[in-house]
Design a binder for this molecule. Structure first.
Ligand code: AHR
Length: 327
């Protein structure tokens, strides 16, 4: 599978991304070097959120800019579809496969098939659970547990003046996915360190506005006193706003809300005072993915882990960031 080959970099597209590109420059590569443009098979989780739409747009735009031929498939949140897409990429002999796994487990057999076919695999955004980390060459994305840590930290600091316990409910993403598990763990780890925040209950909202709204309604029925909400993404936070308003409560004031993502819609709600903090999880990882994809064949060693950008926004910084927010 690992071959050392010497190649001539003549493809026009490569010149946009490779320093010192010249027609007779030679480099070695770990993988079979494509004779034409690199063909990347990418299996996207679905189109569940504003974040996901921005992520898809970023990958398509970066592929085009870097002259990588993209075979794109949307799995609609279904692991079977995602496995079928990966198998079709193997069958059509793409040069590299990337995917954002809908759930963490169950990938080893198909990733072994890719390895046996000599096709490197890159994970984007989400992670998998495997005993064999050599099944993928790199993973690109956010540190989900630290997003949960930050959400709890900012929320806790916001209650500085408050002497009692803060009753928090949690709107979770889809069960079994890495951001759901790790944001949950990160939030609890920080919340329990000082003991001020108490996670009273949680409900899956599946990353969508409608799901967040329905989940918040259930929690309002189940939990007597809700002081704050940790919504694991903006869309579910926007759904919580609707449910709280329908229950006669003022989101951001009567019930404080912290979310993750920092999409335009999330930052707008924050600037309007309906959310209290938003932890950024950048969906714009297309260029980072193309760098890895190209480096696999033509560049330096590929890093096993590539981290995406993060920040925390409050009302003022959200208003400042909004004019330039592209997603
Ligand atoms: O995996 C990243 C998460 O998936 C985003 O935070 C959420 O909005 C999305 O759909």
């Amino acid at each position: 599978m690992r071959r050392r080959s010497f190649i001539s970099l003549g493809a026009a597209g490569m010149c946009t991304v490779l320093a010192g590109c010249g027609s007779d420059e030679q480099r070695d590569s770990r993988w079979d070097v494509p004779s034409g443009p690199i063909v990347l098979g990418f299996s996207q989780v679905g189109s569940e959120s504003g974040w996901r739409a921005a992520n898809t747009a970023s990958i398509k735009k970066a592929a085009e800019r870097n002259r990588v031929t993209l075979k794109f498939d949307n799995a609609d949140g279904d692991q079977k579809k995602q496995i079928a897409a990966i198998q079709s990429y193997i069958a059509t002999k793409v040069n590299v496969i990337a995917f954002s796994p809908v759930v963490e487990t169950g990938w080893d057999p198909v990733l072994r098939q890719a390895r046996d076919a000599g096709i490197p695999v890159v994970l984007t955004d989400r992670l998998i659970e495997t005993a064999d980390e050599s099944l993928y060459v790199s993973s690109i994305g956010a540190e989900f547990s630290s997003e949960g840590n930050l959400a709890a930290l900012y929320l806790e600091n916001d209650y500085d003046e408050f002497s009692g316990h803060v009753n928090v409910v949690e709107l979770r993403g889809t069960p079994g996915s890495s951001p759901t598990r790790l944001r949950t763990e990160g939030f609890r780890e920080t919340a329990y360190r000082h003991g001020k925040l108490r996670v009273m209950d949680s409900e899956p909202g599946n990353w969508t506005v409608a799901g967040g709204e329905a989940a918040m309604k259930k929690l309002l029925r189940r939990v007597k006193r809700i002081d704050a909400v940790f919504a694991q993404n903006d869309d579910m936070g926007l759904g919580a706003i609707k449910a709280l308003q329908a229950a006669g409560k003022k989101p951001g004031t009567d019930v404080r809300i912290v979310t993750v993502d920092a999409t335009r819609a999330g930052l707008k709600a924050l600037a309007d005072g309906k959310l209290n903090y938003v932890v950024e999880c950048s969906p714009e990882i297309g260029e980072q993915l193309m760098t890895v994809v190209i480096d696999l064949f033509f560049g330096a060693d590929v890093q096993k882990r590539v981290e995406s950008q993060k920040a925390v926004f409050d009302r003022n910084s959200a208003a400042d960031a909004l004019p330039d927010r592209t997603y």
